[in-house]
Design a protein around this ligand. Structure first.
Ligand code: SAH
Ligand code: SF4
Ligand code: F3S
Length: 465
């Protein structure tokens, strides 16, 4: 839902002034920053904003932690190991900080929205300079200014998650760019921490999204991926626009050749969206549609609001309307109470759908979520065994799915060139399949007709036509 809640202008103005002051005080010196990012594309994109803000303060990028004067960790907390890694990483920087006390270390992102974790981290590592949450990103210059004056700062606010439009963004160069269309999540799947750390759903306006896409197109972007935890519930109240309407509007932007989107929740995937995918030539024929489990009993416990039958009916509709569409998914094994029989239903579903990629996870209890309190938590060795069996089934389906491309032709948007051996250009078909074919850097950013000649583990091999 669009709740028109913008970050107060006074905060944006104050941050801009702080950035100017930092810049002036540097008087031409160019200290370097390094950002390590965990988690999903939303976090990656937030890191692009952090980079943009730091550059507006006069900082320049560093290739490594070793060469940096300021190091940020943009954290994730969706699964347990992400947390452990961050604690380990900050511990490992003690020596560097002892050697150079002017080194600034900061931690931000989803994990910091859990106040108890932020406090623990701030106390445990006295040499940590700054901790802030996802709602304070735009205030980074103000926080940095305090740190440069010798303070330690911790700021994590409970907010609706107001949207800060117009922040400077330092994008990873490339023809393919991310645009966040909505923030937060209202779904409260029983295993998931995201709604607690990213707050309630709020959508940006079509106007501001299209303006951003137009600007990206002028800078050379050819492919846009619209991002949100659940893009199908995008809704701009002021403009009375839902996700299919937004998708049509973005497809109209001149210079953009392809539009992707993720993630789609099966409970909200409308017939209209499938129709737009079929009608708009720029809309890519790919849906990331996390199923999580193939067992109705487990889906109910997960609070997913669809059952196996509903999920399969969407897949069927998609296949009949957009026959070359590819599906990718997320699956959790070892959810509390998952029996061998439940798990086998997941295996069956994966065989039936034939995903072209599946991101598979062992269930990881997250404090504060319903599932963490459920009885019958599954032992780790059982989770491990199920994960392995699931990955084997996914790999078989992937191989079959890749084989059917051999001999076919398609258009690849070239993203890069791999020079480890003979120069191989690579890029995706509209369906999300990655293709490698002989070619060099001069092809980057162009659309090329290729014929598929073979397959590799996760990609296709081809030749220029
Ligand atoms: N909004 C997206 C993805 C959110 S997180 C969606 O609704 O699908 C990405 C994936 O992480 C999820 O799809 C889920 O498969 C996995 N995940 C989330 N919480 C988890 C947990 N506690 N343990 C293991 N995997 C989890
Ligand atoms: Fe988490 Fe579910 Fe929201 Fe996805 S839809 S972010 S899995 S609560
Ligand atoms: Fe992780 Fe936050 Fe994304 S918890 S998965 S980085 S929204």
């Amino acid at each position: 839902m669009r709740k028109d809640i913008a970050v107060p202008k006074s905060e944006l103005d104050s941050a801009r002034k702080a950035a100017e002051r930092i810049n002036n005080n540097l008087s031409g010196r160019k200290p370097a920053y390094f950002i390590e990012t965990y988690g999903c594309q939303m976090n990656e994109h937030d890191s692009e904003k952090i980079a943009g803000i730091l550059e507006s303060c006069g900082y320049v990028p560093s290739e490594s932690k070793a060469g940096a004067n300021i190091i940020f960790f943009n954290t994730c907390c969706v699964r347990d190991h992400a947390e452990k890694k961050v604690f380990g990483n900050i511990g490992a920087l003690k020596k560097a900080k002892d050697e150079d006390p002017s080194l600034i270390i900061g931690v931000c992102g989803c994990m910091m929205q859990q106040k108890a974790v932020a406090d623990k981290l701030f106390k445990r590592f006295p040499y940590l300079d700054m901790v802030f949450g996802t709602n304070e990103l735009h205030m980074l210059p103000n926080l940095l200014e305090k740190v440069l004056e010798g303070e330690r700062v911790e700021l994590v606010r409970d907010m609706e998650g107001e949207i800060a439009e117009g922040l400077p963004v330092k994008r990873v160069e490339g023809v393919s760019q991310f645009v966040t269309i909505m923030y937060g999540c209202n779904n409260f799947c029983s295993y998931c921490i995201v709604p607690y750390v990213r707050g309630r759903e709020r959508s940006r306006s079509v106007k501001s999204i299209v303006a951003e896409v137009e600007a990206l197109s002028q800078e050379g972007a050819k492919e846009i991926t619209l991002l949100g935890q659940n893009v199908n519930s995008y809704y701009s109240e002021d403009e009375n626009a839902d996700f299919p309407a937004l998708l049509r509007a973005v497809c109209k932007v001149e210079g953009i050749e392809r539009v992707r989107f993720m993630t789609s929740h099966p409970k909200d995937l409308s017939d209209e969206l499938i129709r737009v995918m079929a009608e708009e030539s720029k809309a890519c024929h790919h849906i990331h549609l996390p199923v999580q489990s193939g067992s109705d009993r487990i889906l109910k416990l997960m609070n997913r609001h669809y059952d196996r039958k509903k999920y399969l009916s969407i897949v069927e509709k998609l296949n009949s309307t957009v026959p070359d569409a590819e599906l990718t998914t997320d699956i959790i094994v070892g959810f509390p109470g998952e029996t061998e029989e439940d798990f086998e239903q997941t295996l069956e579903l994966v065989k039936e759908v034939g995903y072209s990629a599946a991101y598979t996870f062992k269930y990881s209890p997250r404090a504060g979520t319903k599932a963490a309190e459920m009885p019958d938590q599954i032992p780790d060795d059982v989770k491990k065994d199920r994960l392995k069996r699931l990955n084997d089934v996914v790999a078989e389906g992937l191989k079959r799915g890749n084989d059917k491309y051999i001999g076919k032709e398609g258009v690849v948007l070239v993203e890069g060139c791999d020079r480890r051996g003979e120069p191989m250009a690579f890029g995706k078909l509209p369906s999300f399949k990655m293709v490698y074919f002989p070619g060099d850097e001069s092809l980057i950013g162009t659309m090329q007709n290729v014929r598929i000649t073979g397959t590799a583990k996760n990609s296709l091999m081809g030749e220029l036509i």
